[in-house]
Write a protein of this length. Structure first.
Length: 470
């Protein structure tokens, strides 16, 4: 049974990576994978549970007298259905509810034209200056929003600024890198950092403190190299009429600042109240919902021209939510069956170097999706106790392993255009060729990836090492 779970996971993983050649949506594969693995795990509970959770099973049976006369197979199945799957759904739902709330807030800002507050201020026609502005804007946006949404916003803006396709691809390549590097240092900037933050592996202050500078360097190195490919001025940009005529400029600004301010407030809310992040994001969403209801009640518009929140929710990317559900459910089976723990023990014995492990994971994230990679790693390595010493100290809250994993999984996705949501979005919107990106940007992204890693090493040596007794 254990072997069948491993084989199933790798087959599913391969099918997700080959989504485009197979022409089967990765969400369908992920959901199928997650559900089938739970079915196999439940069918094999009689053999798997005693190997991994014998003590927990005995405690569960003793606490439930109704199982005393049942067969051992039934006891194991009941343990899986009433303990393991419930615990897994509890952990997964926190991440999913956070994503739903964040995506709805971003969509609410976008549908009201809120992002024009930033984009309308980009006026330079110098090609290199425009690259710098776009990169830094993307870097900041992706830290507050997410790399996928930021890429969509910046690519749509880019179409208004640059008309020539080849030049636009150069800017788009850097948008991919800037979006991924910007999301790596923020607790709400990327799905992987959200997962690490929600589960308590990292805290917002430590993530920003130690990962911001490496991420910035990982963007600056390729940006400065790409700037050498651009010379001269772009033709003047034609002015366009506003898409949201019913919403005034002041109202767009209000919605923008309320939405973005709410997203920034969530880490502060968690720090103050110690409540799970999904509570904070849903609180912000509720406040925005009430605000928009009052806003449209005063507008007296035709119902079809309003963008109330129930209408906005229908626009969020539900396939992505279901994809994360399927993947996280599949990974939770690997965790429950003890496969991840065994893998962690193997890496500890054979590699025993958190930097090498994270760097390898970062490269793998450009080939496979970084969400299941990080989810799997989180299952492999439980958070160590604060008093842990030696190698185990790397796995405490805000430990070196988790911080560097955030950097590597986020930034490493830029090595290939298919390695991140930002790359796939840009590839679809601009029809960028895989080979074109590989020739012009893979080596630039790799140089930035290594440069940022070096910066993180230096930070650890000069900032953390003295306090760790090194």
């Amino acid at each position: 049974m254990i072997a069948s779970l491993i084989i199933l996971f790798f087959i599913g993983y391969l099918c997700i990576a080959l989504e485009h050649p197979l022409r089967i949506d990765k969400t369908a594969i992920a959901l199928l994978l997650g559900m089938v693995m739970w079915i196999v795990y439940a069918l094999g509970a009689e053999w798997i549970v005693p190997l991994v959770d014998s003590e927990a099973l005995a405690r569960f049976v003793s606490e439930n007298p109704r199982l005393a006369g049942s067969s051992f197979a039934h006891q194991c199945l009941d343990f899986v259905l009433n303990v393991k799957i419930v615990e897994s759904l509890g952990d997964i739902s926190q991440t999913l509810f956070f994503l739903i709330g964040a995506m709805t807030i971003v969509e609410l800002i976008d549908v009201h034209g809120g992002f024009t507050v930033i984009t309308d201020h980009i006026a330079t026609r110098n090609k290199r200056k425009l690259l710098y502005v776009i990169c830094f804007t993307t870097f900041i946006f992706s830290a507050v929003l997410d790399n996928m949404t930021t890429t969509i916003v910046m690519i749509l803006l880019l179409r208004k600024l640059v008309t020539e396709k080849t030049e636009r691809w150069l800017y788009a390549g850097m948008i991919i890198i800037a979006a991924n590097t910007g999301g790596a240092w923020s607790p709400i900037g990327d799905v992987t950092t959200i997962m690490l933050w929600v589960k308590g592996n990292v805290t917002a202050p430590a993530l920003i403190c130690y990962v911001l500078l490496p991420s910035l360097v990982a963007m600056l190195v390729p940006m400065l190299s790409a700037a050498k490919m651009l010379k001269g001025q772009l033709p003047p940009m034609q002015k366009e009429s506003k898409a949201v005529s019913e919403i005034s400029s002041r109202e767009r600004q209000t919605i923008f600042y309320l939405g973005v301010g709410g997203l920034i407030f969530v880490p502060v809310f968690k720090t103050i109240t110690h409540m799970p992040p999904f509570v904070g994001i849903l609180l912000v969403l509720a406040i925005l919902w009430v605000f928009t209801e009052i806003f449209y009640n005063g507008k007296m518009l035709d119902r079809s021209r309003e963008h109330r929140l129930p209408k906005v929710i229908s626009r969020i990317d539900m396939p992505s939510i279901l994809f994360f559900l399927g993947i996280l459910m599949a990974v939770s089976v690997l965790d429950a069956s003890g496969i991840l723990k065994a893998t962690a023990q193997f890496l500890d014995e054979k590699v025993h170097n958190v930097y090498v492990i994270d760097l390898l994971l970062g490269v793998l994230s450009s080939i496979f999706d970084n969400v299941p990679l990080v989810a799997g790693v989180m299952g492999m390595y439980p958070v160590a106790l604060p008093e842990a010493t030696g190698y185990a100290a790397n796995f405490v809250v805000d430990g070196t392993f988790w911080e560097f994993l955030s950097y590597c999984a986020g930034v490493g996705g830029s090595l290939l255009i298919i390695g991140s949501a930002a790359g796939v979005i840009a590839m679809g919107l601009e029809r960028i060729n895989f080979g074109w990106y590989f020739k012009r940007f893979t080596w630039l992204a790799f140089l930035g990836y290594l440069a940022g890693a070096v910066v993180y090493f230096l930070e650890i040596f000069f900032m953390k090492a003295p306090f760790m007794g090194f």
